[in-house]
Design a protein. Structure first.
Length: 75
């Protein structure tokens, strides 16, 4: 049984939400960069890809709230 405080549990949820959104951001960024590199290597002149915006505090907080709502549901 966990003896973590509610603050510690909320912080862990926030950290997990941050990690998940950061992972999604990095995947999209890496895909855009690789596509640009492939096209450049193939002799094309592609437009520089528009980069995704890094997750904001508000986006992370909202995602953490969604996770918390899911975890907190009792049946």
């Amino acid at each position: 049984m966990s003896s973590k405080t509610p603050f510690e549990l909320r912080f862990e949820i926030f950290q997990k939400a941050s990690e998940m959104l950061e992972y999604e951001y990095n995947m999209k960024r890496d895909h855009a960069m690789m596509k640009y590199d492939w096209e450049t290597t193939a002799g094309k002149t592609p437009d520089v890809p528009a980069m995704e915006q890094y997750p904001t505090f508000n986006e992370i907080s909202e995602y953490a709230s969604r996770i918390n709502d899911f975890v907190s549901k009792s049946k």
